[in-house]
Design a protein around this ligand. Sequence first.
Ligand code: UDP
Ligand code: MG
Length: 328
Amino acid sequence: MISVVVPIYNEEANIPLFHEAVADALMDIGEPWEVVYVNDGSKDSSLDLLRGLQEDDTHVIVVDLTRNWGHMGAISAGLETARGDAVVLMDGDFQDPPEVIPELVETWRGGAQVVVAVRRSRQERRKVLAKLFPLFYRLLSALSDFPIPINAGIFGLMDRQTVDSINAMRENNRYLPGLRAWVGYSNAIVYYDRQDRLAGDGKLSFTSRIKYAMDAITSFSYKPLRLCFVLSGVACCMAALMAFASMLSSSPWNAVGCGVASAVFLVGGALLLCLGVLGEYLGRVYDEVRQRPLSIINKVHYASQAASALDRPAEEEEEQPAKILRIA
Ligand code: UDP
Ligand code: MG
């Protein structure tokens, strides 16, 4: 069976067309399939629309989270619910085109356990983001201690073994493209042209993007920590040079004033930067120690016919009780 996992947050304008396109793509493949939509605390009519889809299409599973947990939290809930032998992960706004799904499945059938969809080009209506994405990928590949495919987001396919390995990982601050590379297995790449979203605005705030970028870098690199040593070395050298220059200066007041001020700024700046980097790691260590769940499912709604086809016990057919994911 092929599962498609789609995180949904306020996507009412995209859901009907998106489901139609995904269903068309999956029907062409000719294998059993399901689409797991994770409603990540939407405030619009997304949940109603998704529940409505289940009336006509028994392949639809709706995972309703207790609140908005963010992109990664929603994806984790979807990965834990999906039952397919292969699981396709994609966004629900058409930026990851549904017509690429058959190619992902074909590549998996050809023997790859992980198929990464890499962006050959990208259309982004927000010009600032369009400039920042390549910068982020360049920074990530320069800093990462582990090779992570660049220009690839969550879009792609993972086989059952890979999904189980990722589900078994308990870290909270996760960067899925990195984890997908980190678990190993045989990888293949499919190139695609990333579209602009069909309707509505991007749902990820600028701060959550920065947090995601920091998660990516700190999860796979200790280089920022090592940078503290380099910076403190540079600061010490500069301080020594200034002290030397102020000794050579002909005007004593100038020499003392400039020397002290520059040294204070330099050393203070370097210390603050180091503290900031340490704080980033410390915050993440704190998160991991607490072992809070990545997200909490309120209910899982199964379409009744789909459930009976899979021989689920009758009492489980409609709804499953709340479930806390990944609690120790
Ligand atoms: N999304 C989510 N929870 C959030 C934010 C976004 O589930 O808190 C979903 C959203 O509905 C979409 C996908 O995650 O299907 C990607 O979000 P978005 O398009 O805003 O991100 P971008 O493509 O701009 O990076
Ligand atoms: Mg998007």
